[in-house]
Structure formats: structure tokens, C-alpha cells
Design a binder for this molecule. Structure first.
Ligand code: SAM
Ligand code: SF4
Ligand code: SF4
Length: 353
């Protein structure tokens, strides 16, 4: 017997989504395939913490593809329609196309996307698309070689990432989204140049406020460039107008260039939180399910999976986690309070943003 819903009916033909304690449906599942990364972006995996001795998950600690498929099946039964593969760096998983081939035909999976730093993308883009991947988001913080290198922890090669973007576009993985974390005094002065580059390409730049995820990136409020400040600066160069959401729960606030050169998104988790419509669950590579990007604890799904839980039991576990969910960290964020900084939170590289 499954305890699936405390919900409203959706239009005929759609799964009735499970709703949490704040009546938010479960719609998106972000799956971190591994916790390793070929970059050391200081805002996510600073080199000093993630050095050569750092112990990443071992293969057997990570969920197998069979286990991931079982979690996705259960999640889809509760209303998930969107799957995003992330990491760490998901393209370090050399068999990722095998997983995509299995996920893409699943009846509940309407949208299958990937977030990557783009370094390994160029030679893989067509294979990913052929396997059934629908869309790619590529992270790229600056087109200034020095700034980019610094923000990738000295490991990124700008030409490879740009080639990855081009290959993804060519493989039909567009419209490509370009994720840019904006940090005060680090890359904010290169944002206009980056926007200029992508104007008119159909690729959508999304400017993300530097967030206080995890406890290792030394986040401070004074390193955040509020989106409204950026919008003002950009508006002095190009005329912009707001456009509506593509779908309920979309996190980016969208603007279009008045001259028709495309669209920009602002993800303002710090200054304009969007918890009210947050429909995302996150699965770490070792099978912990988190209901918030800033969660201090998750629920172990790997253990019941490995102890032989059947599909109904799995649905029950996921359902009871979501039904109890009341997270709204960004709305409650108090950077001015000392206690706020000692909250223990999951690290971004474990759950993939
Ligand atoms: N490695 C892949 C990548 O970088 O695209 C996927 C995982 S990464 C954790 C996912 C997204 O989280 C990236 O776009 C990254 O820029 C963003 N991110 C990481 N740390 C962040 C932070 N402290 N604030 C805002 N965004 C962050
Ligand atoms: Fe790696 Fe992505 Fe984190 Fe950068 S943001 S360290 S590329 S996981
Ligand atoms: Fe969702 Fe948590 Fe972010 Fe709010 S803080 S939008 S609940 S992930």
C-alpha cells in the first residue's frame, strides 16, 4: 500500500504529483553521478579542501545504474517528470551514455538534461544526444582567460569549454544554457563581455548569485552581486524587458533584449529567494536524498535499495520524505547572524546544484 498523495488533481493524463508540507509538488530530480570533478572552482570545491589526499566516494559506495533507474521509477510515480544529471563533473563518468539510454525512454521522464563544466563535452556531445539527452547546461564563469582559469581552480581550458558549447549546439542539445556564478570583485567586471559574446546565438546566459552552499567556500554576503544591481548595469548597455516563466517552478527570472538578440536569466537565490515554488529533490552519488540545496541532512536510499526494498516500498520511502518536506532555507537565510554560518550543510559538489 503506497502513501502517495496529499495533493490536488492535475489535468487528466498527468501523474498526480505528491505535494510537500507547503503544498509544493515533486517535479524535478537532480542526480549527482559522482562527487569527483576535474575543476576546483573556489566557490564549490576549493583546492585547499579538495586536495590530492581527499577521499572521494569509492565505486561501490556509489549507486549503480540499476539503482538509479529504480529511484527514478519511484520518483516518476510521485510526479517527477524532469531529470537532470549532474555531479561533481558528470562527464567523468565514462559510461554516462549507457545511463542516458536507459533513462530517456522511461515513460515518466519528459525532460532529460545535463549540467557540466564543458571540459570533456566536445567529443561526447553527439553521443550524449544520440543516447537521448535532450538539453545541456554548461557552466562558464568568464571569457577572460585569467579570470576563467582562476574560477576553475587553475584547471579549466576556455577553448575546450567553448568547443563543448558549440558541439552541444550542433548535436541539438539546445537551447544551451550557460551558467555563470557572479562573484564580487572576481568576475563581475567580465559579465558584459560574456553577454556580448552570447547575444544573438540563441544560447541563454544565466547569471547566478554566489550562494552559501556547503561550509567550505568561505561565502560572505559582501561577495554577492545582487541580481537587481547586475540588471541595472546590463540595462545601461542594452535595453531589456522582463518575460514570463516557461513553466511553474522555473527558478530564473527571464529578460529579453529589446533588439531581439535573445534572453538572459537571473537566478537570485540569495536576494530574491524562490522557495515557494521549489519542486526539486536531489540524489547524491551515494544515494542520499536531499529536499533542499542547503539541507543539513538527507535520507539514505541506498540502504533500503541494497536490502531488497521492492518498488512499492521505495515509493513509500520517497513519498514520506516529500510529504514531510518544509524546507525554505533561502527565505529564512540570515547572513547577519553568526549562528547562520555554523549550520552544517551538504556540499554542492555532492548534490550538483
Ligand atoms: N560540474 C558541473 C558544473 O559545474 O556545471 C555540475 C555540478 S556544479 C555543482 C552545478 C552548478 O552549480 C554549476 O553551474 C556551478 O556553477 C554551480 N555552483 C557551484 N557552487 C556554487 C555556489 N557557491 N553558488 C552558486 N552556484 C554554484
Ligand atoms: Fe566542479 Fe562544477 Fe563544482 Fe566547479 S562547480 S568544482 S566544475 S562540480
Ligand atoms: Fe528550494 Fe531549498 Fe533553494 Fe528554497 S533554499 S529554493 S527550498 S533548494
Amino acid at each position: 500500500m503506497t502513501t502517495v498523495a496529499n495533493n490536488d488533481k492535475l489535468p487528466a493524463g498527468e501523474i498526480v504529483a505528491t505535494r510537500d508540507a507547503l503544498r509544493r509538488p515533486l517535479r524535478d530530480l537532480r542526480i549527482s553521478l559522482l562527487d569527483q570533478c576535474n575543476f576546483r572552482c573556489p566557490y564549490c570545491m576549493p583546492e585547499a579542501e579538495f586536495h590530492s589526499e581527499y577521499e572521494f566516494l569509492k565505486r561501490k559506495q556509489r549507486l549503480t545504474y540499476d539503482e538509479i533507474i529504480r529511484v527514478v521509477t519511484a520518483a516518476c510515480a510521485l510526479g517527477v517528470t524532469k531529470i537532470r544529471l549532474t555531479g561533481g563533473e558528470p562527464l567523468l563518468d565514462k559510461n554516462i551514455t549507457d545511463l542516458i539510454k536507459r533513462l530517456s525512454p522511461m515513460p515518466g521522464v519528459h525532460d532529460l538534461a545535463l549540467t557540466t563544466n564543458g571540459m570533456l563535452l566536445a567529443p561526447m556531445a553527439q553521443k550524449l544526444a544520440d543516447a537521448g539527452l535532450q538539453r545541456a547546461t554548461i557552466s562558464l564563469d568568464s571569457l577572460d582567460e585569467d579570470v576563467f582559469r582562476r574560477m576553475s581552480g587553475g584547471r579549466g581550458d576556455l577553448r575546450k569549454v567553448l568547443a563543448g558549447i558549440e558541439a552541444a549546439e550542433g548535436a541539438g542539445l539546445g537551447p544551451i544554457k550557460i551558467n555563470v556564478v557572479v562573484q564580487k570583485g572576481v568576475n563581475e567586471h567580465t559579465i558584459l563581455e560574456l553577454l556580448e559574446h552570447f547575444r544573438g546565438t540563441g544560447q541563454i546566459v544565466r547569471l547566478i548569485e554566489f550562494m552559501d552552499v556547503g561550509n567550505r567556500n568561505g561565502w560572505r554576503m559582501d561577495q554577492v552581486v545582487p541580481s537587481r544591481e547586475l540588471l541595472e548595469r546590463i540595462g545601461k548597455r542594452w535595453s531589456l524587458r522582463p518575460i514570463g516563466k516557461n513553466y511553474p517552478g522555473e527558478v530564473a527570472r527571464r529578460y529579453e533584449y529589446a533588439d531581439g538578440a535573445g534572453e538572459i536569466g537571473f537566478i537570485s537565490s540569495v536576494t530574491e529567494p524562490f522557495c515557494g515554488s521549489c519542486s526539486r529533490a536531489r540524489l547524491s552519488a551515494d544515494g542520499m536524498l536531499y529536499t533542499c540545496l542547503f539541507a543539513n541532512q538527507g535520507t539514505d536510499i541506498r540502504e533500503p535499495l541494497r536490502k531488497g526494498a521492492d518498488d512499492d516500498e521505495l515509493i513509500d520511502i520517497l513519498s514520506s520524505i516529500w510529504l514531510q518536506r518544509a524546507d525554505r532555507y533561502s527565505e529564512l537565510r540570515r547572513p547577519d547572524l553568526a549562528e547562520h554560518h555554523v549550520l552544517k550543510k551538504v556540499e554542492m559538489y555532492r548534490i550538483g546544484g
